[in-house]
Design a binder for this molecule. Structure first.
Ligand code: MGD
Ligand code: MGD
Ligand code: MO
Length: 782
């Protein structure tokens, strides 16, 4: 039974991968080369697109359009990874989705709803602005002037707070700054972003405890840390360039300890695909020294267990007259809440810790001892901490652990949330934020002579609720595929199509286009690699990475068609058509010269963006600074905060017989809702994404069989039926009670109300579900 105590000894990495039901090779290596080759073959990218790879992530080059992992100052010849290469080739495909796709080939919106995400995007790059024609159920070619006028016509009569301006973290800082300005002059702070489903837990949770919405480390810290602790972040798939500094760390004797319910190959071993010797000899670097397969949602208990070990060691050292283990001087000078937390560490029993984490006391003692032995520690985390009902407690617990030994705000130590989209963090920095307290209102007022709306706007969860209630009437999306990325997908699709206006600024066709509002546009934009030629000449854009470094990016390829526009030009086109003219809103001049927009950003945020136009070409980017890195805590109390956890699990629901914790996960062959293919090489799952991974003993106990078709049913009693059938049950090395399936397919199962209590980030890493045999699927497939 899933809620029974099935503790997990650390995985024996010497036996991996043979110990896995599915046996992948090491991360990197020839497999990653083959992964790249398969995309190259399939999307018919031109040889020129291969040349693009050599320009990636270098000064005066193009910043990868995939993840937000930083770019090193001392870059190598090929500063890209398997997934950056995939993203690049996917963008620079020679396939085109032109108006003929609708007019000649005759595809209808209704028909396309049956298509898979992979097949929709595989139609190629969007080339022309399109408007939905309800009479024929198709998108038809339109002109930019008509589109801007149509959008303005629909927006003007609306109450501004019934329009939502969503951004996914693709667009550069310049376009993003103007997008936020457009929304505010129009009259709303409804500026939700993809990070609302992602690292919002960091933005809100980390700010609460250390006064910084972002991680505290910089590149050089990676080379100094003695130990890395990984909680729910999967670098092999999601930030593969991270594997290089990790390999260097291992080579110099640093320790890596991982907490993850799933054995992720990138955290087990790595062959550097950029090292000819390693490639020829197949020489692997072992990454994790310890791998702890805790229960989904077991991190609070696991970290508290480690803290308990630290406290015990400190008590023992004191009794023996030895040097202290806890950094009491740091704690006294810099923190509040320590006494209560200390008491919790003493009071909590090992039985509770073991029960809630699913790990043995011995395992946690071993992890704690590595932590104590290390002078400098970096705590790395991702969606495995943020996407939980008590995700912000997870983040606060990691900060507790780090602060016990002063591992924050000094070199080689700190917390390292690994961000998603290439500019997701930067968009927040320059004003895409629904909360008004995050905005320098006076500066904006002074620069543009208007009163920004005072009321907080909606985040994604609130926007979804607004859609269900019929209050949201218009949705503009600067990038992304919100309908596929968001929880409660089926409910969302119905509510979405009832709107007066939907506008998608996109590079490729996706599911969000297939539920058009009464008036609906698809506006095709330039990709990151394309030349952005404006009246003032070729333009540069900038983005901010996970370490708060700002980098310039210059596209150089010929655009996919002469009909696509830059994201910035689309934003100013909508703004000019919709907003009353003002001498302070120089949309045309800003479009002609993005440098002027950077000047505005610098004037709005003078400390962070000093000498912006000059410094943006610096190798590795320029750092916009971080007070917490200097041990300045911009919290309410002016101190960093120890948080005493209430519940020891982050799942936010009760265990019950037959109720499982569903993790929705990413494969190595996708970037969010963009599905490159069906090879999850690192997990040994090939040819399909319609699987459910489950512990063999759980399968037996549930009376099911490996390989049979099953159906998942969300186990929440709120009047909504959420089911997903047709999944092949697959025996896998997972902790008891924790099961896993792929995102976005499993999104139909996530209730929109199931989210982190503080930040409202959907709790996609622990969804309560039941499993039944899928008689429907079995009948049809028989
Ligand atoms: N190739 C590729 N790269 C990407 C993306 C992509 O889809 N594909 N997406 C980008 C985006 S937007 C983001 S936000 C990042 C996401 O990158 P990550 O933060 O790595 O996100 P996930 O892969 O969703 O989950 C991370 C890990 O959390 C583990 N996990 C699940 N539940 C728990 C738990 O309760 N506790 C612990 N400790 N671990 C848990 C999972 O097994 C998984 O290994 O990657 C970015 N980069
Ligand atoms: N169940 C579950 N749900 C999740 C998650 C999870 O782990 N589990 N993860 C969440 C996370 S971390 C995130 S960030 C969200 C992602 O949510 P989104 O950011 O909304 O989705 P993406 O899949 O990144 O968007 C892909 C689309 O972006 C467009 N695009 C690509 N490049 C560009 C560009 O350069 N410019 C523009 N304008 N458009 C472009 C293409 O049309 C493509 O179809 O999903 C969240 N949802
Ligand atoms: Mo994300």
């Amino acid at each position: 039974m899933p809620n029974e105590d099935h503790t997990q000894a650390p995985a024996d990495l010497s036996k991996l991968p043979d110990d896995l039901p599915h046996s992948p090779g090491p991360a990197g290596g020839w497999g990653s080369m083959r992964g790249i080759a398969s995309i190259f073959g399939e999307t018919w990218s031109s040889p020129a697109s291969l040349a693009s790879l050599g320009k990636m992530n270098k000064p005066k080059g193009v910043m990868c359009a995939s993840c937000a992992w930083p770019k090193p100052v001392n870059y190598s010849a090929f500063e890209f990874c398997e997934n950056g290469a995939k993203a690049t080739l996917w963008e620079s495909t020679s396939a085109r989705c032109t108006p003929a796709f609708w007019a000649k080939d005759g595809h209808s919106v209704t028909e396309l709803r049956q298509w898979r995400d992979h097949d929709l995007e595989k139609t190629g790059r969007l080339t022309h602005p399109l408007r939905f024609d309800a009479a024929t159920d198709r998108y038809v070619e339109t002109t930019w002037d008509e589109a801007f006028a149509g959008i303005a016509g629909a927006l003007k009569p609306l109450d501004p707070d019934s329009a939502v301006f969503y951004a996914s973290g693709h667009a550069g800082l310049e376009a993003s700054y103007l997008y936020a300005l457009l929304a505010r002059v129009y009259g709303t702070n409804n500026l939700p972003q993809s990070s609302n489903m992602c690292h919002e837990t960091t933005s809100v949770g980390l700010t609460k405890v250390i006064g910084s919405p972002v991680g505290t480390i910089v590149w050089d810290d990676l080379a100094e840390a003695d130990a890395f602790f990984f909680f729910g972040q999967n670098p092999g798939t999601n930030s593969p360039r991270f594997l290089h500094p990790l390999k260097d760390a291992k080579d110099r004797g640093a320790k890596i300890v991982t907490f993850n319910p799933v054995i992720e190959q990138g955290l087990v071993s790595f062959v550097d695909p950029q090292s000819p010797v390693a490639m020829l000899t197949g020489k692997e670097t072992k990454i994790s020294d310890q791998y702890h397969q805790l229960k989904a949602g077991g991190d609070i208990a696991a970290m508290l267990g480690m803290c308990k070990v630290v406290v015990e060691a400190d008590d023992a050292a004191k009794a023996a007259g030895k040097a202290e283990v806890i950094d009491h001087a740091f704690i006294a000078q810099h923190t509040i809440g320590f006494d209560e937390f200390l008491q919790k560490c003493r009071d909590v029993t090992w039985a509770e810790i073991v029960q809630e984490s699913g790990l043995t006391e011995q395992a946690l003692r071993e992890a704690g001892n590595v932590y104590i032995a290390a002078e400098k520690v970096i705590g790395v985390y991702g969606m495995g901490l943020t996407q939980h009902a008590h995700g912000s407690v997870n983040v606060a617990m990691l900060v507790n652990l780090l602060m016990l030994r002063g591992n924050i705000g000094r070199s080689g130590a700190g917390c390292c949330p690994v961000r998603g989209h290439s500019n997701v963090q930067g968009q927040r920095t320059v004003g895409i934020a629904e909360k008004i307290h995050l905005i320098p209102v006076d500066k904006i007022k002074m620069l543009f002579d208007f009163d920004p709306p005072a009321k907080d706007g909606m985040n994604i969860v609130e926007a979804a609720e607004g859609l269900f209630a019929g209050k949201v009437r218009a949705f503009i999306s600067l990038g992304g595929n919100l309908l596929r990325a968001v929880p409660d997908q089926e409910r969302m699709e119905q509510a979405w199509a009832a709107q007066d206006l939907t506008v998608m600024v996109s590079t490729k066709l996706n599911r969000s286009h297939l539920f058009p509002g009464k008036l609906a546009y698809i506006l095709p934009c330039l990709g990151r690699f394309e030349e952005d030629e404006q009246a003032g000449g070729p333009q540069t854009i900038t983005s901010e990475d996970s370490f708060s470094m700002i980098n310039a990016s210059i596209g150089y390829r010929t655009p996919v068609s002469d009909q696509v526009m830059s994201e910035l030009a689309i934003v100013t086109g909508i703004a000019k058509a919709t907003l009353p003219p003002s001498a302070h809103l120089k949309w045309d001049a800003w479009t002609a010269d993005y440098g002027l927009v950077r000047d505005l950003i610098e004037r709005t945020y003078p400390d962070a963006f000093r000498d912006y136009n000059k410094r943006m070409y610096q190798a590795g980017g320029f750092w916009r600074g971080n007070a917490a890195h200097e041990r300045i805590w911009k919290t309410e109390s002016g101190k960093a905060v120890f948080t005493t956890p209430g519940e020891l699990t982050s799942i936010g629901f009760q265990d019950a017989p037959g109720r499982f914790r569903l993790i929705t996960m990413r494969s190595n062959d996708q970037f969010n809702t963009t599905i490159y293919g069906y090879s999850d090489r690192f997990r040994g799952i090939e040819g399909t994404r319609e699987v459910l991974l489950m512990n063999p003993d759980d399968i037996a106990e549930a009376g099911l069989q490996d390989g049979q078709k099953i159906r998942l049913i969300t186990d929440v009693d709120d009047g909504h039926d959420r089911q997903l059938g047709g999944l092949t049950l697959t025996a896998y090395k997972l902790p008891r009670g924790t099961i896993a399936g792929y995102y976005p397919e499993c999104n139909v199962l996530v209730p929109v109300a199931h989210h982190d209590e503080l930040s409202k980030t959907p709790a996609s890493k622990s969804v309560p579900v039941r499993i039944v045999a899928d008689t429907v699927a079995t009948a049809t497939s028989a």
